[in-house]
Design a protein around this ligand. Sequence first.
Ligand code: GUN
Ligand code: FE
Length: 449
Amino acid sequence: MSAALVFKGAIIHSESLGSLEILDNATLIVVDGRISALYRAADELPATAIPADAQVHQIPPGEFLIPGFVDTHNHAPQWPMRGLGQGLHILDWLEQVTFPFEARFADAAYAQRTYEQMVEDFLRQGITTASYYSSRHADATKVLAETCAKKGQRAFVGKCNMDRSAPDYLRDTTAADSLGETEQCINHIRGIPGCEKENGEALVKPVITPRFAICCTPELLEGLGKMLKEDSSLAMQTHFNEAQQEIDFTRVLFPEEASKSEADLYEKYGLLNRRSVLAHCTIMTDYDKERLKHLECGVAHCPIANMTVGGGFMVAPRGIKVGLGTDSGGGWASQMLMVIRQTMIASNAQEVMSKGQDKALSLEEVFYLATLGGARVLCLDDQIGSFEVGKQFDAVWVATTTGLHSAMTPREEDDSLRTSFEKYIMTGDDRNVAHVYVRGRRVAGSRTE
Ligand code: GUN
Ligand code: FE
């Protein structure tokens, strides 16, 4: 990679769930895409710290760096159908709206055109990492992974496994076919040029993706569990306790395994471990929570989808790993800022409904979920999610100055950095995203370079 990058100015990132570090005048040095030093104040900076060939960026007042957003749950083929079918219950929405739409991705050329625009859209919003469900089609899945690599988005990409409870035109014909195509996709993704383990971590990685138990025969779940057992580096994602309609039908199909909890069902097939990402989790018993905590699974909280086509409010960041997800199609958002705001609304509502028992989340906590919390869910917190020295430089350069014509509450001269940050998080949009970096490479941004 090119010469060192140096950023001088304001930097904001999470240290933990409740702790946000706000640095007014820091210096951050990036070498080969990785953070090599962070000086927290001007008087900490040694005279010799800045490499001679470094490209130095001065961040002006009112602008700041934050870590890139981590989207832990995203249905790529639903990006072009966001907002459709709102108000339907989940299984009806899948049958009437989603499955017919996802069928379009049998056409790899359509997938190519769509995924190019989609990845650009997510990057423009500052989503530097996404965990994608592809459609069931192997070719489109490969195209999706290649597109992420080409555009420079960090990603997990999984072929969606579904060999039952779906129309013939979208179903994997047999469990064996589904498993064979999954293996093909994994090998393909691991061989994409530029996705080698640069700096110890591949940019785009495969993930095992059984859509949910309703769409998978026991034979398919068993085969996928075996793949995970044989390769401990593989991640897994699925839907979990999303809505009552879904929980009830899961119990019809798996009367014994799921009688107490979907956790027992997925655990039986060897699908739950620290690399498992369970989406939605809106209806959770104490037993469900205890199992997820014990098995170290992560939750992808998708408040927009949960409160439209899904089934409720639940967010449980305390004690379980939690990140945020756009979901993309189930909700209507490609913007993590919308998801952050909806998370706050849902948690406030939950506090009211629980008569004060479930405390609402603070801005600090929700920002953590969108960055470092998401990185933890994806087991990438040693690589991304904050500006700790040694991590990869995945970042958003936020501009809050007037003249951007964004939706943001206007900045006042005497605004503190915390106030500018709050205004951006609560009212900003992609016009405030001046530059987006992944591994130190600029990949998007509203400002011409
Ligand atoms: N459960 C199974 N498939 C899906 C999906 O595509 N979206 C959502 N929100 N839930 C699901
Ligand atoms: Fe989903």
